[in-house]
Ligand binder design. Structure first.
Ligand code: NAP
Length: 244
């Protein structure tokens, strides 16, 4: 088994996920680039390798059970264990999302399928690999818009984003799921935390974000590389703790 640490980053072909992969790679980690589109995944792996990262492609659609099972087999063969899983893949379903709009049920269902159920599916498939690490870390890339405390404290879209009945609650759901995993994994060496990247210029928001993907990746990288006395069951951004 390799001495080098290995991470799997979902949705790593672009945006924040790509920069999380690049950042872990720069720390000397081997990084699995989880991505569903063959061409985009190959292009990202090539770009990372050109930058000196030990990157490998992992075909992965987080909404597809067979795809996730195959990804776990690939990581098993390639690395034999996982030191960090970064659940970064996410969708909004388009904004704004009025609770009363046509087609809203499908929009909510799609957001939850990727942003919540996809995370549970991937995490459970990768747990056997994580349990083989001396210091396993799971990072769920959430969002400040999933903070109920921030939603109720402010009507300012700069703080809470546009009306969002699918995306924002899917991240609230993800935060709640993160807490349940932390409880389940209490007493093990596995740490699981949620990360808020801030408002980052990516495809997700039509590049309206004010932070760079590299800046957005920083908290997730920190949580993926936490020391053994680091926190678990928390929600963090660059500035510190995010209120639930
Ligand atoms: P992005 O550039 O749109 O990247 C999203 C990534 O998720 C893409 O690689 C996409 O792959 C992948 N993905 C979507 N559905 C998938 C699926 N079913 N299976 C596998 N991969 C899938 O957006 P981003 O801004 O970097 O977002 C990354 C994470 O940060 C998301 O969880 C998002 O909610 C969170 N976040 C972003 C912001 C922000 O301001 N940008 C703020 C807070 C939180 P394809 O290329 O195949 O579509």
């Amino acid at each position: 088994m390799s001495e080098k640490k290995t991470a799997l980053v979902t949705g790593a072909n672009k945006g924040i996920g790509y920069e999380i992969a690049a950042g872990l790679g720069a720390l000397g980690w081997s990084v699995g680039v989880g991505a569903r589109d063959d061409q985009r995944r190959a292009a990202a792996v090539e770009k990372l390798r050109a930058a000196g990262v030990d990157a490998f492609g992992v075909p992965l659609d987080v909404t597809d059970e067979a795809s996730v099972a195959a990804a776990a087999r690939l990581v098993t063969e390639r690395a034999g264990r996982l030191d960090a899983l970064v659940n970064n893949a996410g969708v909004t379903g388009g904004m704004p999302q009025h609770p009363t709009s046509d087609g809203v049920v499908e929009t909510v269902r799609a957001a939850v399928e990727t942003n919540v159920i996809g995370v549970i599916r991937v995490t459970n498939a990768m747990l056997p690999l994580l349990r083989r690490s001396a210091s396993p870390r799971i990072v769920n890339v959430s969002s400040g818009v999933g903070s109920l405390a921030r939603q109720v404290a402010s009507d300012d879209p700069a703080m809470t984003g546009p009306l969002s009945v699918a995306y924002a609650p899917s991240k609230t759901f993800l935060n709640a799921v993160t807490i349940q995993y932390a409880k389940e994994l209490r007493g093990t060496n596995i740490k699981i935390n949620a990360a808020c990247p801030g408002f980052v210029a990516t495809d997700l928001n039509g590049f309206r974000g004010v932070r760079t993907p590299e800046q957005g990746a920083a908290t997730a990288i920190r949580l993926a590389t936490l020391p053994d006395d680091g926190p678990t069951g928390g929600f963090f951004e660059d500035a510190g703790v995010v209120p639930w």
